[in-house]
Write a protein that binds this ligand. Sequence first.
Ligand SMILES: O=C(CO)[C@@H](O)[C@H](O)[C@H](O)[C@H](O)COP(=O)(O)O
Length: 226
Amino acid sequence: MTINSHLASEATLPPTALPRWTPDTSGPTHQKAVTTHLDNVLPALESLRSQSDRLCEWGTELANRLLSGQRLLAAGNGGSAAEAQHLTAELVGRFDDERAPFSAISLHAESSAVTALSNDYGYEEVFARQVRAHGRAGDILVLLSTSGRSPNLLKAVRAARERGITTWALTGSGPNPLADACDQAITVDAIAANAQEGHLIAVHAVCRAFDAEVARRTGPYAGGQP
Ligand SMILES: O=C(CO)[C@@H](O)[C@H](O)[C@H](O)[C@H](O)COP(=O)(O)O
């Protein structure tokens, strides 16, 4: 059977031969799960509001470092990887307005390095070795985690210390080992999924302060590097 004839026979299947499944999303359990999730966004937001000074400091300090030619390294696992690379993308690309590109690397997004290092050294080493490879004194390493307990992130902090790299943790509820190990931490007091949502808001808040500081220091963007 050719691919085309196979597709043709699929398309002509009688409707009765297709599996039928209609989800029941009207029950009280579903409603409760959804409203509880939405209600739990508020503690995450309140947690961040109480740390707005630190969010502002991070954005300003990040601008200072990157304007001086330093680099941001970022890492996380799972959902936290997504939020970490959201931050690096805002810096390498742009946030609201046009501005210079800045150096920011998400270590977990280096797929060949991640698979090779995990395969050869174990997953716990996957970020530490990249920190040793890419990091220079004065760079910043930001690590995102809901639990604050992922061993690969804790090992990355140790590698950063050896190199004179500043470490920031963006975690779920504190205290936790990652927040304790880093130079500075912002902890979002919420359950895991809501903490991750809080992390995205934190990332954008840091970018607001970052762009404000870049604009203050460099004036209107005229193209090229700062
Ligand atoms: O997105 C979620 C849960 O919300 C998961 O993928 C979660 O990120 C993974 O289980 C991670 O491995 C958890 O690591 P961490 O945030 O505790 O460091």
